[in-house]
Design a protein around this ligand. Structure first.
Ligand code: PEP
Ligand code: MG
Length: 579
């Protein structure tokens, strides 16, 4: 008999969708702590008092955090949420609960992290035997509190996913934060949706979820505490909502919607492969960004004229050791095969900051976004750089390779790469004419000093990083959307100036940041003089339609009128040389 008080509560939460689509499934709560290794690696303690003190400090810190969460829940009139935190505080004041951990330390004389991870494991086992929803909810609370204690003991925010999700139906991944490296080890078919408590639409995780077409939503405070493991939910990223414990009729309704949406959007063959032109026939070169072979296939299916940005670091992120030369070359070979002679721009692995492959080590940095990342990391790790570069250059046997250098801020960096590339081409007896070398414009210094860079075959504007640095607004920080929203005029203005510089230098310039697929930005970019864009595969046809609907005169006027509303700096003495 199913008692009403045991029936799971039905409610709806709203957030910001960052990747469209619908998913129906069970919650997989990613706790960001590698419990397996804590459970399996205990170490004997010398001083019980010291270890008990560590536990007390963690309890104290946890209670402070919970009290503040409870307060903010109450302030937002979310009494249910506030009650959850109140019950967690009670647990941390429950002597039986605490004694259970202390006893482990005193009797087993093992480190507290190990003792707690074993307790969590015990709870996980007992779930299998318990069907009563109230008891299960209580156990989830206990588990949550244990996790909080662990996080505070370990002083960690992020831990990579180690256990791969194994479940009959792909669950919906729910996490407080997620790094690209957190999910790089997952097979994407293993997850049907992603919910992240804190992320921004420009974060790499947002880019990955869009690229794999996984419905994803962000900015739902306390979601990891509100949702429990295995709770059934509907994730509707078209409407930006989550239905928790849906009714069976809702499940049927959304499953139907999901199936209708999952049918691949088919464009008439002619439209998807024909060239992209404005209404008055000006040619716009429309390429695609990609992070995987799957992406590349989708890109060409959608009518991309080339790959304008292959984020090669995504290939590294999924590996636990440096891939062999054969493996990496095979990856490029598959891509060139799909490209069938169309250009492929391979960006050198842009690692560091939030993209940290498991097999590499990274320095502890206060500000990793401003630290040893991109080209800086590669120049600090020459062996890796040379290995990686020579593999990319050898791929020029399969087609024309455009090498793109990330995160350049001074000419010296580009010069170093140019000379390493030249010596590899000579050593490996490769053909110079099959390799073009370009650089990203994604730091303000590269943008302002663009004329100082020599021997650059093409430029590609990375507006995601450029925006972050121009506005001093961390692209991963969810609280800084205001700055990103305010960024369009300045970015369009900068791009217009870059186009002027590039046309006088006679060098191609592309935009590959996310802005290139933002519907209101597309006409402004073309009006600013951009003639090549690289966008995520799912946006190719949408961007193409926008371009086809306008004439060059129209967009030029629109862009000028748009920019004239803002009082940008004008240097009258050198009209065409703002940088
Ligand atoms: C950018 O910064 O705009 C860019 C295209 O590179 P990524 O998003 O990979 O940093
Ligand atoms: Mg970038």
């Amino acid at each position: 008999m199913y008692h009403s008080e045991n029936r799971p509560k039905h409610f709806t939460l709203t957030g910001t969708p960052i990747s469209a689509g619908i998913a129906v499934g069970k919650v997989y709560l990613f706790r960001q702590i590698d419990l397996e290794s804590l459970k399996n690696n205990s170490f004997p303690i010398e001083d019980v008092i010291v270890e008990l003190d560590r536990l007390s400090n963690s309890i104290k810190k946890s209670k402070e955090q919970l009290a503040s969460l409870q307060r903010s829940g109450a302030e937002r009139h979310k009494n249910d949420v506030a009650d959850i935190f109140a019950s967690h505080i009670q647990l941390l004041e429950d002597e039986t609960f605490l004694e259970n951990i202390r006893e482990g330390i005193k009797i087993e004389r093992l480190n507290v992290e190990h003792v707690i991870s074993v307790r969590i494991d015990d709870i996980e086992k007992s779930f299998q035997a318990i069907s009563n929803e109230t008891v299960r909810t209580r156990l989830f609370d206990v588990q949550d509190v244990y996790h909080r204690l662990l996080r505070n003991l370990l002083e960690i925010e992020h831990v990579r996913v180690s256990p791969l999700i194994r479940s009959s139906a792909p669950p919906i991944l729910v996490s407080q934060h997620l790094l690209p490296s957190d999910i790089a080890l997952l097979e994407f078919r293993d997850i049907s949706g992603i919910i992240i408590e804190e992320a921004s639409a420009l974060s790499h995780i947002a880019i990955i979820s869009r690229s794999f077409e996984i419905p994803a939503i962000i900015n739902i405070p306390d979601i990891t505490l509100i949702l429990h493991q295995d709770t059934t939910i509907i994730l509707d990223c078209n409407e930006g909502k989550i239905i928790v414990n849906p009714s069976s009729s809702e499940i049927i309704q959304y499953t139907k919607k999901m199936q209708a949406h999952s049918k691949p959007e088919r464009f008439p063959h002619e439209s998807s492969t024909s060239r992209c032109m404005t209404r008055d026939g000006v040619r716009i070169f429309l390429e695609s960004n990609a992070g995987s072979v799957v992406d590349v296939a989708k890109a060409f299916d959608s009518g991309a004229e080339g790959i304008g940005l292959l984020r090669s670091e995504f290939f590294y992120l999924g590996k636990s050791e440096l891939p062999s030369s054969t493996e990496e070359l095979l990856f490029y070979k598959e891509i060139f095969k799909l490209a069938e002679g169309r250009p492929v721009t391979i960006r050198l692995a842009d690692i560091g900051a939030d993209k940290t492959p498991l097999f590499l080590s990274f320095p502890q940095e206060e500000n990793p976004q401003l630290g040893i990342r991109g080209i800086r990391y590669l120049l600090h790790n020459r062996d890796l750089l040379i290995t990686h570069l020579s593999r990319i250059l050898r791929a020029s046997r399969f087609g024309i390779v455009n090498v793109l250098v990330p995160f350049i801020s001074i000419p010296k960096e580009f010069n170093s790469i140019r000379s390493i590339i030249n010596s590899i081409i000579v050593d490996e007896h490769l053909d110079f004419s099959r390799v073009r070398v370009g650089m990203m414009i994604e730091t303000p210094s590269a943008m302002m000093t663009i004329r100082q860079f020599r021997n650059v075959d093409f430029f590609s504007i990375g507006t995601n990083d450029l925006t972050q640095f121009l506005f001093a607004a961390d692209r991963e920080n969810t609280h800084l959307d205001t700055y990103r929203e305010a960024s369009l005029p300045l970015i369009v203005y900068c791009i217009k100036n870059l186009v002027v510089q590039c046309s006088s230098l006679n060098i191609d310039i592309t935009v590959c940041g996310e802005i290139a697929a933002v519907p209101e930005a597309v006409p402004l970019l073309i009006g600013a003089g951009i003639r090549a864009l690289s966008v995520q595969p799912s946006m190719i046809q949408k961007v193409k339609k926008i371009i086809e609907s306008k004439t060059i005169d129209q967009v030029t006027k629109e862009t000028n009128d748009y920019l004239n509303q803002f009082n940008f700096f004008q240097d009258d003495s050198s009209r065409n040389r703002l940088f």
